[in-house]
Design a protein around this ligand. Structure first.
Ligand code: FAD
Length: 640
């Protein structure tokens, strides 16, 4: 991490000096740039991004009286962990969470179907998919992480608890704060109170029963599997040997269980299949209790048993697979004439079974996509029509999730009789688990060609960086201090772009070479994106970070030979930022050029979006293409 840029900063570098709220009153303002409704993973992930921008005002409201402590989701896939790395929180989460390394599969014994036995096991995340682990952690602790980021950021943003969002109206003619939101709360005497707040943008992260979605006329469409499931987080004693492994258990006649060991070494979560529901029957109408769940668990676990000592949290739910028709307030036939003012994200747009562990991940993914777009528009870097891309991109991602969830629920909910246990045969549910590994890891989202995402023209220059998909990190060595690290970890969740120059093998720094010529263009040409979009007085990497990766060993590249544009001068002292230049790691087959199929002769340019997705790949010679890419998205500083 980088700090002390503008002078020595004593104390915790994670705490922004300007963020201390201890002397400021926490009073709801009359107007704000962004109103976020709901302190779940979607709302907090958005708030954490906005909080770093003092020039953007944000308010986040939550109808509950305080932060969540337990329950709900716990799965963090590798993609979310990659995102946490950009927030600077991945190490903390890795330390506290439970890592899922292996998944085991249990089915009825052939000779005695009332008893289960282990029929398969598999490494949970395929080697090479990501440098990050798949982990489990209480959703409340994920919230705490974002709340800390908000509090420690430049704005010291904190939620307004006990504030429920009721409804909103949009005044299409108002230029400043066109959305008027109505909130409900209680005054100091406990009397119900109504408050109004004007906002430029409202983001409904208010869960499956979203009032924001209703206010813009959205509905969830889909179906229900008419199946009741229970979930409980327990402290228990059991002779089931895989209680510290993720285990999928299919019994003969008593239903199925998903075992998820949890952080701390003792806690365990069990998803337990309960009864079939009748058509249109709601689970609330049945009188299921935690004792039903514990009894069902013991039947399914047979010949093993589980003695539950403490139930920390439990819930009963039915599986529904639903998707909203609107991720923003603009009807599809009006996108040419209107830009969005109201968005929905997370469970407000899509609901699915918890067993694939996607809810928290996809919800954060929604607002990681929206956050940089809102920041770009509110800081004047981009025109408001950029905001249309949120709905376009995330509706496709959500549709894929809901379709997958249908299939996966059937696999997990199938009876043990259908799990093939013949010797040598891989059980159906194990094969399905392996086939879906990339999806559940969160790595299959691919944004389609658009203004933001290039087509496949340049793909051959770096076959391992899939255009439209998340940037697949790889080891490198930072040139200036020989630090072995991951290239992807140079990215920060700060709404900035990355242009990564992969240098050709031969004479990369020769004056006539494509690499040097591109650096000259970026440094001095009036059409350079670095010149056009960096505000006067801002650091050169305020909007676009330039990185370079050489094929040579780090001992064979001289810092003094580098083009100046790779050593930007920053802050009030004009200090040099040395952390933008990397070399391939020549140890243990870790060379990024091999791992990601980068053309060694030609090199290439990889543009990475602020949300870590690969935007485009271009030849080093294509200065015009690079300039055009950004010209279609960002507004030149001079035009503002
Ligand atoms: C009871 C419950 C149990 C769950 N159990 C599991 C599980 O076992 N496993 C799993 O993977 N997933 C589970 N989930 C789903 C998972 O928690 C979600 O997918 C994930 O949290 C989605 O994040 P989100 O931010 O979109 O919404 P949420 O986490 O639902 O957050 C929405 C927030 O908005 C607040 N809110 C709602 N309406 C208003 C309003 N009008 N005004 C202000 N605030 C409002 C809510 O209080 C809540 O804090 C569960 C969800 C619920 C509700």
């Amino acid at each position: 991490m980088q700090f002390h840029l503008n002078g020595f900063q004593p104390g915790d570098p994670d705490k922004h000096a300007a963020g201390d709220q201890s002397t400021r009153a926490h009073v709801l303002p009359g107007e704000t740039d962004v109103l976020i409704v709901g302190c779940g993973p979607a709302g907090l992930c958005l708030a954490a991004q906005l909080a770093a921008y003092p020039e953007i005002s944000s308010v986040i409201v939550e109808k509950k009286s305080g932060p969540m402590e337990k329950g709900q989701a716990d799965g963090l896939n590798v993609r979310s962990m990659e995102m946490f790395q950009a927030f600077g929180s991945a190490q903390k989460v890795m330390r506290e969470s439970l890592w899922i390394n292996e998944t085991t599969f249990w089915a009825p014994m052939r000779e005695d179907p009332a008893k289960i036995h282990r029929v398969g096991r598999v490494q949970d995340v395929e080697d090479g998919l990501s440098e990050m682990p798949h982990v489990l952690l209480n959703q409340g602790r994920v919230h705490d992480m974002f709340l800390d980021l908000m509090k420690n950021a430049a704005t010291g943003l904190e939620p307004f608890y006990d504030h429920g969002f009721e409804t909103l109206t949009i005044d299409a003619d108002a230029s400043d704060y066109p959305v008027r939101a109505v909130l409900s709360c209680t005054d100091e005497n406990g009397e119900a109170q109504e408050k109004t707040l004007k906002a430029r943008y409202v983001v409904g992260c208010d869960g499956a029963r979203s009032n924001v979605r209703k206010a813009i006329g959205g509905e969830l469409h889909g179906d229900s599997a008419n199946q009741a499931w229970g979930v409980m987080d327990v402290l228990a004693v059991t002779d089931f040997p895989d209680i510290r492994m993720k285990s999928i258990i299919q019994s003969h006649k008593d239903g199925n269980i998903l075992v998820l060991p949890r952080e701390g070494g003792y806690l365990v979560r069990l998803y337990v299949e309960l009864d079939k529901l009748n058509e249109n029957e709601r689970v609330a109408n049945r009188d299921f209790t935690v004792d039903h769940m514990i009894s069902a668990a013991n039947r399914i676990f047979s010949p093993f048993s589980i003695d539950v000592k403490d139930v920390v949290w439990w819930s009963i739910y039915e599986i529904g697979h639903r998707l909203t028709d609107k991720f923003d307030d603009v009807p599809s036939d009006q996108t040419a004439t209107r830009t969005p003012r109201v968005f929905t994200a997370g469970d407000a747009c899509h609901t699915h079974s918890p067993k694939a562990g996607q809810g928290m991940n996809v919800s954060m993914g929604d607002t990681f996509n929206l956050g940089w777009k809102l920041i770009s528009v509110l800081t004047g870097r981009a025109a408001p029509d950029l905001l249309h891309s949120y709905s376009d991109e995330r509706r496709d991602a959500a549709r894929g999730l809901v379709e997958f969830d249908h299939t996966w629920s059937r696999v997990v909910g199938a009876s043990g009789e259908s799990a093939s246990t013949q010797s040598g045969d891989m059980p159906h549910f194990q094969r399905a688990f392996i086939n879906n590994g990339r999806f559940t890891a969160g790595l299959t989202i691919k944004y389609q060609p658009s203004t933001l995402t290039g087509d496949a023209t340049g793909q051959a220059l770096a076959t391992g960086f899939d255009i439209g998909m998340r940037f697949h990190s790889s080891p490198v060595v930072r040139l200036a201090d020989a630090m072995p690290m991951h290239l992807g970890h140079a990215a920060r969740a700060d709404a900035s772009w990355r242009i990564i120059l992969f240098a050709p093998a031969k004479d990369p720094l020769s004056v006539d070479g494509s690499f040097q010529k591109l650096c000259d263009f970026l440094e001095a040409d009036p059409a350079s994106p670095l010149k056009l979009y960096t505000p006067a007085g801002a650091d050169p990497d305020a909007v676009i970070n330039l990185h370079a990766v050489f094929q040579q060993h780090f001992r064979d590249v001289e810092i003094g030979d580098l083009p100046a544009v790779l050593l930007p001068r920053k802050g009030r002292f004009g200090l040099i930022d040395y952390e933008n230049v990397f070399c391939a790691d020549h140890r243990d087959e870790q060379d990024i050029f091999d791992l990601r199929g980068v053309d060694r002769d030609k090199g290439c340019v990889v543009i990475v979006r602020p949300d870590q997705h690969v935007a485009n790949i271009l030849p080093l010679e294509d200065h015009k293409g690079l300039a055009e890419y950004f010209a279609n998205i960002l507004l030149p500083v001079a035009d503002k």
